[in-house]
Design a protein around this ligand. Structure first.
Ligand SMILES: [Zn+2]
Ligand SMILES: [Zn+2]
Length: 290
């Protein structure tokens, strides 16, 4: 996440002083972090609370037992249990500008694919032969070409993407999606998506556990674990039911495709639907409520 002067950029776009591509470059090339800016530092005191919403620790309280044990194990000699300090943690992050551009090119996938092939195979960006480049470089070429593609074919969509980015960035800077965490809990959530045990508030657990191993034997721990298990069962039932519906339709379509006299057009429709179904299977979690 980099800081851009979003008000200035919006103004310049509205006044047609810069193109969407120039705005894109500004966004890509900015290096300051939002939390290093004056704007952020001035707003921060209005949003930060007095204790971590996850573990309840306050500035200067000893850090969690789990983290302390981890440090102890790795230090080789006795250390003092460190203390926490409070930070503002975002629950929501804007899309990156590259992500937004990628979405546009994805909308015109076939067109973009042929554009990509033409450019890379016939001219080759920087005279690179496509068979000799590695995956990272290919990603970089895709990124560069998708921006070029948008600029040549759909500049108005490029502009739309920039405005969308600015809107999202503005929401990020408004800080309305922040909560107060201690640095311990924030780090766990960012790095390994772990939260604190709701019972002892001292040990971090994965999102699939109801509480930590030490609390599991308590009465409350047993109750939470049973509830969690019930929830997991329900989700897995929904998942299998979803798959079954898709597979039944797939079977019917396969049978139709191979056993019935069909026109080419009908065959194409079946292939398209099968592709859709395959896609739904691959993204099944988008379709299941849990
Ligand atoms: Zn905490
Ligand atoms: Zn616990």
């Amino acid at each position: 996440m980099k800081y851009i002067d979003y008000k200035d950029l919006r103004q310049k776009l509205q006044n047609h002083e810069i193109t969407w591509l120039e705005a894109y470059d500004k966004i890509i090339n900015s290096t300051t972090k939002p939390w290093d800016t004056k704007e952020w530092k001035e707003k921060r005191p209005n949003f930060i609370g007095t204790e971590c919403v996850m573990c309840g620790r306050k500035n200067g309280d000893p850090c969690t037992k789990g983290y302390y044990e981890y440090l102890l194990q790795h230090s080789g000699e006795p250390i003092e249990r460190p203390t926490v300090h409070l930070v503002l943690q975002h629950s929501w992050h804007p899309d990156t500008i590259d992500h937004l551009c990628k979405n546009i090119t994805y909308r015109y996938k076939d067109e973009y694919d042929s554009y990509f092939r033409q450019t890379v195979y016939t001219k080759g960006p920087n005279n690179i032969l496509i068979r000799n480049i590695d995956a990272d470089e290919l990603k970089h070429i895709h990124k560069k070409l998708s921006v070029k593609f948008i600029d040549e074919k759909y500049p108005e969509l490029g502009l739309e993407a920039i405005y969308k980015y600015l809107d999202q960035f503005e929401r990020y800077m408004s800080m309305k999606d922040t909560s107060t965490y201690c640095n311990n809990c924030a780090e766990r959530e960012d790095m390994v998506d772990r939260s604190i045990c709701p019972l002892c508030k001292d040990i971090y657990i994965s999102n699939s556990s109801a509480c930590c191993y030490e609390c599991k034997d308590t009465e409350e721990g047993q109750r939470l674990s049973a509830e969690q298990e019930k929830r997991d069962d329900e989700i897995s039932k929904k998942y299998w039911a979803f798959l079954e519906v898709i597979e039944i339709e797939e079977d019917q379509l396969h049978n139709k495709y191979f056993n019935e006299p069909l026109t080419n057009e009908e065959k194409e429709l079946i292939k398209k639907r099968l592709e859709e179904l395959e896609n739904m299977k691959n993204n099944s979690w988008d379709y299941i409520e849990y």
